[in-house]
Write a protein that binds this ligand. Structure first.
Ligand code: NAD
Length: 363
């Protein structure tokens, strides 16, 4: 048996339709009495409904969530929490709302309870980020890991199909990279493979019927596993590239993941054959990279960088940024390799192995 290190993720998880009704008891069990409810504008009505159920346990609702947590928004949400002497932050929404609640947890030393509505997986991680002058600085502390996570599929049926597909591909990417990351271990690999299967089954069903509560629940199961896998095993080239493309070139977060994932899997296939074989097995396909590209197409996610606004002239800079500082990845990371990968992703070409790309460049 190979030696390994596995760090457990100690969150309490409730998953099931209607389980948001258990929020008051969950707060009581933790002795929490004054929550700041943090939500995106699109979820304001849901937040009001939740606040009514919480009665005096909800001290205020904050709905000025901004994606990637700009420093001003971080200061804003912390001021709102201090103003009502909040003893916890409850996040209702996607990674953006959860990211804002995590800042409150980090700076005010109060717990977070999360009710996710997307499949980004942030609710199961110890990472949080704040963006200053266009640069997102990501830090880690167990303080921001939610104490309780309630996955209620009824909260996600309003997530449009066009957002659900890319969001699921974002969660899938955490599972895929966890299989070959530096801290990959047998325990998180089990979860990662299970998560890929859950997303592979659920996302096409959601695309066909966004009101399918069973599929929504299964996608949440995938999201839970993806967050655990991400925070326990780590990340590689795919996440590095997506952070560069999202942060520096301001491309939409989940959509970038959906476009890039299959190309990175193709890039890493020869260097991490066993991990990639598990991706294929979980999806029930012969070729993992092609399978992921097909899945993205089937769930209505974008498949090229050009269709989500990446300027062609910036591909060189993106490749330089993603290859300049060393980080772990199964296949060697080179400027030429990343540049060729980005070219394929820009055009939305079928995926191809690194060796094929090399041969194409040589002729
Ligand atoms: P998001 O939270 O910005 O939500 C995407 C869109 O969906 C928004 O317009 C939102 O208003 C809308 N929406 C959310 N729930 C809805 C619902 N139920 N009905 C209708 N509309 C709804 O996007 P995201 O992709 O979930 O999160 C992205 C952010 O999370 C990024 O900043 C990313 O860096 C961060 N993230 C962090 C981690 C981590 O571990 N810290 C992990 C993944 C993502």
């Amino acid at each position: 048996m190979q030696s390994f290190v596995y760090s457990a993720v100690p969150a309490r998880v409730l998953l099931g339709a209607g389980l948001r009704s258990r929020l008051p008891q969950e707060m009581d069990a933790l002795g929490l009495r004054r929550a700041l409810l943090v939500t995106t504008r699109s979820q304001r009505d849901r937040a009001r409904e939740l606040a009514r159920r919480l009665e005096t346990r909800c001290a205020d609702v904050f709905d000025r969530v901004v994606m990637h947590v700009p420093a001003e928004a971080a200061a804003d949400v912390c001021a709102a929490a201090r103003a009502v002497d909040a003893d916890c932050a409850i996040a209702l929404g996607g990674g953006s709302a959860i990211g804002m609640a995590k800042v409150v947890a980090a700076r005010l030393d109060v717990p977070v309870i999360a009710l996710p509505t997307t499949y980004a997986g942030s609710e199961m991680t110890t990472h949080y980020g704040v963006t200053t002058d266009g640069m997102k600085k990501v830090e880690r502390t167990p303080k921001v890991l939610p104490r309780v996570v309630i996955y209620d599929p009824e909260l996600s049926v309003s997530l449009p199909a066009a957002v659900s597909g890319p969001s699921g591909m974002n969660g899938l990417a955490h599972c895929v990279e966890a299989l070959y990351a530096e801290d990959a271990n047998p325990v998180t690999s089990l979860m990662a493979e299970e998560g890929i299967g859950a997303f592979g089954r659920a996302l096409p069903r959601i695309a066909a019927d966004p009101g399918d509560l069973g599929a929504r629940g299964e996608a949440f199961y995938g999201a839970m596993l993806s967050g655990i896998a991400l925070t326990s095993a780590g990340i590689c080239l795919h996440h590095k590239l997506c952070h560069t493309l999202g942060g520096t070139f301001n491309l939409p977060h989940a959509e970038v993941h959906a476009v890039v994932l299959s190309h990175v899997v193709a890039y890493n296939t020869e260097a991490a054959p066993l991990a990639i074989a598990r991706v294929a097995r979980a999806l029930g396909v012969a070729d993992a990279a092609r399978g992921l590209q097909d899945l993205a197409r089937r769930v209505g996610a974008p498949t090229s960088l050009k269709e989500i606004g990446m300027p062609h002239a910036d591909l060189d800079r993106a490749a330089r940024l993603a290859s300049q500082s060393p980080y772990f990845n199964p296949a060697p990371v080179s400027y030429a390799g990343i540049r060729a990968l980005l070219d394929d992703a820009y055009e939305g070409r079928p995926t191809r192995a690194s060796s094929d790309r090399f041969h194409a460049a040589a002729h």
